[in-house]
Design a binder for this molecule. Sequence first.
Ligand SMILES: *[C@@H]1O[C@H](CO)[C@@H](O)[C@H](O)[C@H]1NC(C)=O
Ligand SMILES: [Zn+2]
Length: 315
Amino acid sequence: MASKAATSSSIPTADLESFSSHLQSSRRILALLGAGLSASSGLPTFRGAGGLWRTHDAVSLATPEAFQADPGLVWQFYNYRRHMALRAQPNNAHYALAQLARKTRDFETLSQNVDGLSQRAGHPGDKLHLLHGSLFDIKCGEFFCDYVQKDNFTNPVVPALAIPTGEIDPTSNAARGARELDISDEKVELPEVAIRDLPHCPKCKTGILRPGVVWFGEALPRDTIRYIDDWIHATNKIDLILVIGTSAKVYPAAGYVDTARARGARVAVVNTERTDAPGSGLTKKDWFFQGDAAEVVPQILKPIIGELETRAQQA
Ligand SMILES: *[C@@H]1O[C@H](CO)[C@@H](O)[C@H](O)[C@H]1NC(C)=O
Ligand SMILES: [Zn+2]
């Protein structure tokens, strides 16, 4: 089969053609997004974070108990993660998905990413639902208060959290290669941050604001889960679920693949690893596109979004 697609990558032409025709006839589409979407945006992972955070277990900082015990320390950690995420740029997969969301009326996105890159790529907010919250949502730490501010990209979030100098550039090739945050200058010490210098809640006036991410031991956002469940179980069947950059092997993500399939959806997976079959595994009717999401996603969505105009911008 001769096709334009044959020139652009190793994706089998037959797969691309059958996917294209299904995509073009799809009315209701769900996209399930994970960390692999942002992989080529140069975002370090925080497992085994080094440097300044060497003496702190990143997992133990991501708990309500840690925030209760030392909100200044937890804010420094999250301020750092915000800083790093802001230095990363949305890639062409983020832009392509934002385009698809704009062009498809009945489209929903469920993202497991907290990095804010979809938002910065212009993904429509009403079609973007965050399963684990966002580094850039800020909410009141008091259980009785519902204050939340979405997409606050101010960095540092308050002046007292300005990052001490002496870090290596996290976007350098070395840092990217390691895929780990590693601030080698151990002489840099974290300054103490006074409680009064942390962001406070403008609504209840008593709470300290906290990052709007889901911490270990916390429930997933109930409204988000309910919204997506209602959408999935609406009268019309689902035509397509795109599973991008996530193994979707862990619940609830895995459950969405199986449920969407049960509601009629065909499954298309984009991931670097073939072994990462989502839900209860792939079937013959599914598509698996192996590769970096930033390259594969714009290519497979081309029948709807055309040639991507917005290249990843330099900050
Ligand atoms: C972000 O939140 C901080 C802390 O509440 C606040 O001071 C700042 O003005 C906010 N930024 C924007 C753009 O609203
Ligand atoms: Zn409050």
